[in-house]
Design a protein around this ligand. Structure first.
Ligand SMILES: Cc1cc2nc3c(=O)[nH]c(=O)nc-3n(C[C@H](O)[C@H](O)[C@H](O)COP(=O)(O)OP(=O)(O)OC[C@H]3O[C@@H](n4cnc5c(N)ncnc54)[C@H](O)[C@@H]3O)c2cc1C
Length: 313
């Protein structure tokens, strides 16, 4: 990347936001994996307005941009990220009714778990599967997050997105939702984000609070039973057409395999955990080992659910 462009952007961001701009910020401090080298420039956008200004500045200086939610579904390279990383923290939320329907509008930086809990507390069904999922609404839309049979795509009606020409609304049908995918996924790792999610409008259904709380308790119990407590980014691979990835990895005898401080969790084969101080390269080596072994043993291709971000050699 052109280092003069980066210096000019740095000065422009500093003029506007002072020491809120961080230089060479370790991404390990901003990811659930606690892994990842430095971002050249890093800044938190507290509002959509701030985000828009930051995006415009990055574009004007021709510096690549990466938008981060809560960093719970990414593995950032040890060499870090070239360009500007913006963590989106615009998190306004509004509940309302329209044509007799219970609606929830949330900015993309809103915490998914918080709105799931709040919806349950209000006796509104549709998000109770998300109480155990960390991350932001924007990140959940990108990966069409889901659990226990529920998906973001079940409830999202409309999205507000920011593209080069400005903000506009799109319908859920235009979002390209599929299993752990949307039209937004992978855009940042494949050379520059074209669209940023600003907000999502969701439709919920009234249901008894007691029934919702019961479901939440059951989901929480099942999650605690199955999921490791060590830092991770959740499930590493998507399920294949026939099998859960964790089952294949378990059958391949890989649970407990270690590379450096990274390990395929002995508790759940689809979680690669950070035992403390793991490098991204260690996690990547285990990813490749799992893919090669499962392909060789069972002829099944394991496709990544998490995104590999930044400068990989
Ligand atoms: C312990 C644990 C359990 C998990 N369990 C589940 C589960 O049950 N089901 C599930 O689906 N996931 C699960 N996950 C994965 C993760 O929590 C979800 O995918 C979450 O929705 C990611 O949100 P995020 O804000 O952290 O996204 P990030 O990791 O910050 O970003 C992910 C991608 O989305 C992009 N992005 C983020 N915000 C925006 C935006 N506003 N506009 C455009 N692009 C954006 C980023 O550029 C990146 O490409 C789990 C993770 C952990 C650590």
């Amino acid at each position: 990347m052109d280092s003069i462009a980066l210096q000019n952007l740095r000065q422009a961001l500093q003029r506007r936001w002072g020491d809120r701009l961080r230089v060479d910020e370790p991404m390990a401090e901003h990811t659930s994996y606690r892994i990842g080298g430095p971002a050249d420039l890093y800044i938190v956008a507290e509002s959509v307005d701030e985000l828009t200004q930051m995006v415009e500045l990055a574009a004007a200086h021709d510096v690549p941009l990466f938008v981060l939610g809560r960093g719970t579904n990414v593995l950032v390279a040890d060499a870090g990220i070239r360009g500007l990383v913006i963590e989106l923290r615009a998190e306004r939320v509004r509940y309302f009714t329209r044509d007799g329907e219970a609606m929830l509008w949330a900015e993309a930086g809103a915490n998914l778990r918080d709105i799931a809990r709040e919806s349950v507390a209000r006796g509104l069904a549709g998000l109770e599967w998300a109480v155990g999922i960390p991350g932001s609404v924007g990140g959940a839309v990108v990966g069409n997050a889901g659990a226990f049979g529920g998906y973001m795509s079940d409830i999202v009606r409309r999205l507000t997105i920011l593209e080069a020409s400005g903000a506009r609304e799109i319908s859920a049908a235009e979002a390209g939702f599929g299993y752990r995918v949307s039209r937004f996924k992978g855009a940042s790792s494949s050379g520059g984000r074209k669209e940023i999610i600003l907000a999502a409008e969701m439709v919920l259904r009234p249901e008894s609070k007691a029934a919702l709380e019961e479901r939440v308790a059951e989901y929480t119990r099942r999650r605690e039973e199955r999921q490791p407590k060590e830092p991770s980014a959740g499930s590493v691979f998507k399920r294949t057409e026939q099998y859960p990835a964790g089952f294949l990895i378990d059958q391949a005898g890989l649970k407990g395999t270690r590379r450096g401080q990274a390990m395929i969790s002995p508790k759940h084969g689809n979680f690669i955990i950070n035992l403390g101080g793991a490098r991204a390269a260690d996690v990547k080596a285990l990813i490749e080992l799992a893919q090669e072994t499962v392909w060789r043993e069972f002829g099944e291709r394991l496709e990544l659910e998490i995104e590999l971000i930044g400068e990989w050699s």
